[in-house]
Every structure is written in C-alpha cells, then in structure tokens.
Design a protein around this ligand. Structure first.
Ligand code: PXP
Length: 237
C-alpha cells in the first residue's frame, strides 16, 4: 500500500496572504484526514511564508494519522522537530529562500553531517527520511547515514513524463529496487499529479508514501477537497 500524505503548505500560503486564520490550517488537516488522507505533511521554511513554526504544535495535537515535517535541519528546525516529535522527519537540503525543493541531498558529501542529524532524531523516536535524487550512489550513501527511508525527488520525472515516461521513471525504479534491498523504505514527492501518479506508483516498487501538495490543492479548486483526495487515492490503488 502507498500512503497519501497531503502537503498543506499551499493552504497556509493562502491563509498568510490575508493575515487572519482563513482557511483554518488545523481544520483543513483534520478534514484531509476525514476525507481519506493517510498523513499530513508540512514544510516550515525559514521565512515562514507557508506553514509557520507556531502552527506545528497545533497540528501535532490535531493530526491523528502520520505527521511528517520536512525541512533543512538548521538548529531552529531541529528544535521545532524535536519539541513536536512528528512520526517522520524528511530532511531536505533547501537553501533559505528557495522557491521550492528542487534537488536532493548529496549523501556522499554530507555523510557525516547527516549521520549526526539522523542519530539525533532517532534518539527522540522520530523516523527519518532523506530527500534524494533518483541516483543509486545517493541511495547507497543514504543507507549509510542510518536513515530509515529515502524520499525520491520526482520533479525531474514529472517534467520528463510528457516526453518519454518509461525513460523518466527508469532511474526511480532502479533506486527503489536498490533501496528495498538495502533496507530503506521509499517515499516520493514533488510535482506528482493526477496524470503521472498512477504510472509512477505502478513502476516504482515498493513505494511506501507519496507527499503531494501543489497539484492536489490546485485540483481541489475544481473538484473540492474531498473528491480530490479520493481521486488521488484511487491512483494509488
Ligand atoms: N517533498 C518535498 C521535500 C517538498 O519540498 C515538497 C514541496 O513542499 C513536496 C514533496 C511536495 O511537492 P508538490 O507540492 O509539488 O506536490
């Protein structure tokens, strides 16, 4: 089974544009779960333009499925994660101010740093996933950090899907196979949508979880949140 974790950053972006509490992020998280989401993902960025640091304790209290916090492990981020103990922390190498995550860790160059961060999170009972490109060297080195999972960056796949989908998914298939053989779980995310998700899921095995934000929240404008979540889950069957 592949779990659908809904990334609610875009909802926070709308809320922040007016300064009030509409839409209510906590209510949206609870409703996503009611509508079938099997996890809630947030990505607090240093400028807090989406989910803010003070949203995290409220979400932690409200979320009853899997709570996943993504981000670059700065000291502020680590403090936030350790205080709120999500089920999973996905480490991403985003520099501050980047528009959206657009590449994974170099797990070879950052090996000792990641090892330390992973051990720290494990001490607090938090599962750790490392955001990586679909590159077998990065997967191999990810396993040496002690991480539990990788999250394959699917932005490039999503872009290339429209020209040659078999080629676009090839490295992802190989990385998932390798990850499974060396004891790493496999998550995926970025630019997954109603057009590419079923194909990705049927090729990348095993796939434990996808986290989807931008396309899902955009689709919800047309289909409504409840229908949209069900439509995405159908792609994962
Ligand atoms: N995974 C990571 C690490 C991300 O940074 C994001 C975007 O916040 C996603 C997944 C979800 O990507 P999208 O919003 O394109 O679905």
């Amino acid at each position: 089974m592949t779990r659908l974790s809904v990334n609610i950053n875009k909802v926070a972006l709308i809320r922040n544009s007016r300064g009030g509490n509409l839409p209510d992020l906590v209510k949206i998280a609870i409703d996503c779960e009611k509508f079938g989401a099997q996890g809630i993902t947030v990505h607090p960025r240093p400028d807090q333009r989406h989910v803010r640091f003070d949203d995290i304790p409220k979400l932690k209290y409200a979320v009853t499925t899997e709570f996943n916090i993504e981000g670059n492990p700065t000291s502020d981020f680590m403090k936030l994660v350790i205080e709120n103990r999500p089920h999973q922390c996905t480490l991403v190498p985003d520099p501050p101010g980047v528009l959206t995550s657009n590449s994974g860790w170099n797990t070879v160059l950052n090996q000792s740093f990641l090892k330390e961060v992973v051990a720290n999170l494990h001490e607090h009972g938090i599962r750790v996933s490392l955001f990586v490109d679909a590159d077998e060297r990065m997967v191999e080195a990810a396993s040496q950090t002690g991480a539990d999972r990788i999250e394959l960056y699917t932005g490039t796949f999503a872009h290339d899907f429209y020209t040659n989908k078999d080629l676009a998914v090839k490295a992802h298939k190989q990385c998932a196979f390798l990850a499974n053989n060396i004891g790493l779980g496999v998550n995926a995310g970025h630019d997954l949508n109603l057009e590419n998700l079923k194909f990705y899921k049927s090729n990348v095995l095993p796939l434990h979880e996808v986290s989807i934000g931008h396309a899902l929240i955009s689709d919800a404008l047309y289909y409504g949140l409840q229908n949209t979540i069900q439509m995405y889950k159908k792609q994962l069957m």
